[in-house]
Design a protein around this ligand. Structure first.
Ligand code: ATP
Ligand code: MG
Length: 223
């Protein structure tokens, strides 16, 4: 479970209060969508949940551990072992193949005994076995995002975070990626926390968290 306790984020530049003392709970095994208009704080919240960014107030407690109190090194290690992160712009390594990109996070921590076997299994899971030997420049956007999802799952994370994972995809691929995330949540038991501003995908969530101007405006579904 992830507990967000009175989290506040003030960006010094422009004195923006991007998050205004937010308190939220994310329960294990559920699918969460964080929604809200542009500038409402979705990316800020996700970056604080993953420890990529630090709050200016409050705490984030993951399974009883206060990650906001961790040092950089400890946090980086914690993230690699427990979190999978998918970005809007995929961030694949351009000179590595699909298979190599998925294998990359398994170099450290060495939690997975057979990285290549695990990577092939994940490529199958996201229907991307045919991309094994292709580099990102030879892939479509939807294909790159499927590889990025496989890579995020490499170390069997308990939590999968995704900030606008389908913003750069066409309709068909958007649908495909949301369905895939839902299937991963159901079949692998991974807790998914994803953001989108597109209403068409809200139905994929168990719980919808609506942000407005840095505040939790509404929580739909169970809390
Ligand atoms: N590094 C920064 N420095 C100053 N202000 C920032 C910074 N990052 C974000 N902001 C501001 O914080 C607020 C929340 O931004 P955030 O990126 O979290 O919104 P968002 O909901 O993800 O929007 P979008 O849908 O456009 O991605 C906005 O007012 C934004 O301008
Ligand atoms: Mg954003």
């Amino acid at each position: 479970m992830i507990e967000v306790q009175n989290v506040e984020k003030v960006y010094e530049f422009g004195k923006v209060r991007a998050l205004k003392r937010i308190t939220l709970k994310f329960e294990d095994g559920k699918f969460y969508i964080i929604a809200g208009a542009s500038g409402s704080g979705k990316t800020t919240l996700l970056n604080i949940l993953t420890g990529i960014d630090r709050p200016t107030g409050g705490r984030v407690v993951v399974d009883g551990t206060d990650i906001t109190a961790m040092g950089e090194k400890e946090l980086r290690r914690y993230r690699l072992e427990n979190f999978g992160i998918i970005f809007q712009f995929f961030y694949l390594v351009p000179y590595l193949t699909g298979l190599e990109n998925v294998m990359l996070p398994m170099k450290y921590p060495r939690k997975i005994r057979n990285p290549e076997g695990r990577a092939l299994e994940l490529l199958r899971l996201v229907n991307a076995e045919h991309l094994k030997d292709k580099t990102p420049s030879q892939m479509s956007g939807g294909e790159m995002q499927r590889i990025a999802i496989a890579r995020a799952l490499a170390n069997k994370p308990k939590y999968l975070f995704a900030d606008e994972p389908t913003a750069n995809l066409d309709w068909e691929n958007k649908m495909r990626v949301w369905k895939l995330l839902r299937r991963i949540n159901e079949e692998e038991g991974v807790t998914v926390i994803a953001s989108t501003h597109e209403r068409e995908f809200f139905e994929f969530a168990d719980v919808l968290i609506l942000l407005r101007d840095g505040e939790v405006h509404e929580v739909k579904g169970s809390p």
